[in-house]
Every structure is written in C-alpha cells, then in structure tokens.
Design a protein around this ligand. Sequence first.
Ligand SMILES: [Mg+2]
Length: 335
Amino acid sequence: MRIVEASAHLADIAVETVRTDAVQSFIKQETVFVDLVTEDGNRGTGYAYTIGTGGTSVLAMLRAHLLPRLIGADARQIEYLWHDLFASTRATTVGAITSLALAAVDTALWDLRCLRAGEPLWRVAGGFRREVPLYDTEGGWLHLSTDELVRGALAAQAAGWPGVKLKVGKPHVTRDVERLRAVREAVGPELEIMVDANQSMTAAEARRRAAAFEPLELAWFEEPLPADDVSGHAVLARSTCAGRRYHAVAEGRAPGRGLQRARMPALPDGAARQPRRRDPQRPLRRTHPTTARDHPRPAADRERPRHRARRSGTRHRLGPGRDRGPSRRLDRSKG
Ligand SMILES: [Mg+2]
C-alpha cells in the first residue's frame, strides 16, 4: 500500500494561563500534524506537540527530510519505516526535534493501519482492556499556591476523578512535602496522588525526595531523572517504595485491575530502602539468599518441577546439577 502524498502543518494554540513545572513554562501548544495518503485513498493523520518552542523546527525536519523519503514507501511496514527514518537522521538523534518529527509520522502510519483494518488503535495494539482509569492534572501546576492546589484536588475529587497529578520540584524538599501533605490531608486516603518532577532532579536529590514522599502514599513518581538515565531509574526504583503502586501493576501483581484498586504488598518498615549489598566476608554462594532451604516450597508444590527458565538460569550461574531455587535477580523482580 504505497504512500502517494505526505504533508505536514503546524497549529499553534495560545494558552489562557501560563503553566509552570520544575523546569519550564507551558507558553503555547504547538501541534505538528502529519497527513499521509495511500494509493487506496486512505488518509492517516499523526501529530506531536511542543509546549511553546521548536515547533517550526519539527515542521522543517519533516518537510525537508522525512516526508520526501516516505513517498512510494509501503505504509504497512511501520517498523521498517521507523528505522529507515531514524537511520536517515542519525546526525540529529536522539534529540527532541527529530523524535517529535518521527512520532508524528509513526502515529500517522498507525492511523492508516487502523483505517485499513476498520478497528480502533486500542484493539489493533492488543486490546488488553476496554477502559483505563484517568486522572486530572490541571490543578497541579508548580506555580499554584498550596491553597489553590488543595482546592483543585478537592474539585477533581468532587467531579469523580480517581486521581490527581501534582508537579513537584520546589527549590527545597520541605516545600514539596508541605504541598503534598496538605492535599493528602484534604482529600483523604482514597484519592490517588501522582507527582511529576519533569526530569529536573539529580539522582541524589530524587532519592532524597522519594524518601520524604513515602508517607504520602503516592501512586507514582513521574520523571524524577533525565529520561535516558535508565540505570539511574533502576537504582532509584530499588531504593524507595514512594510511587511504586503502579509499578506493582506493571509487574503483574494486580493484572487487569484498575489503578485505584491495585495496592502494593505491605513492606516491613524501611525494607524497601535497604540496599542489598553482598557481605564481603561471606562465600560467594551466600549472595543468593533465596535458596530452597531458606524458602522451602509448600508441601503441595514439592512434586511439581520448578519452572525451567528459573532453574536453568540458576544452574548457569551456580554450576550444573545444583538446585538453589530462583536466582536473586528473579526473586527481586517479585519484591
Ligand atoms: Mg511528565
């Protein structure tokens, strides 16, 4: 299914109020639209947006470099086309301008696929669930006073929203905590509260704030670190239970349930923040604390063979013929 036409345009939407988070202001919404037309007459539309700067650069990237490459291409080969376009812009990847341009093309290609299939995107993408819980973020901006934050959260709760997302990243951690505590006390324990630092923190500061946020029962801690700091996020996630409720859903402890109903298993006080370090005095084999002896399997379960993947993974690390139960790495994924 060949692409016969590819175009892009930019629409600016002025804001009524300038909103701020920890690192930037939302000046206007610049929305870049991409339209791709295939030989069967379908028109797929994709878009990306900025919050005030760079929209014209995204448009120029599309018009000068990406869209011409799409003419004559098979729109069904979404993965191939994404990689082809990505490779063709190697000199400017990974960067926001190129990523936004690629995103607008990508969503236009998916729109085409859905039009051809006569199906909505959620079902074409796998159709895991028909509904997702929503949250309100309009009342959570960083420039708002604590009173305004509380009023916004109460209004969202009264309107039936299951959660609110609040910006964090005030110059001192105590200001963040004051604001969040005021909201938590006003709305009670049921309303989900998420926080978003917009990638503003160092790893040390994020860890400090996460520890301070733990008593506030957050649903998640969004964008604490620069988005590409994958290992930093992994270390941070292991160091805190602040905002790990959603993580629990992702790990499958509460599959298919609404966010507001998924709860983290109870953790001993401080347990989640204890770094797991190997005692240098102990022999290496003792660094795998979950041996079969430490955690005997239930009687009803003993006759069943252990999962092959876990067993072979453990054997690979400890030597053949030894059954020491799940490896530490696998066990950690459950906690
Ligand atoms: Mg965010």
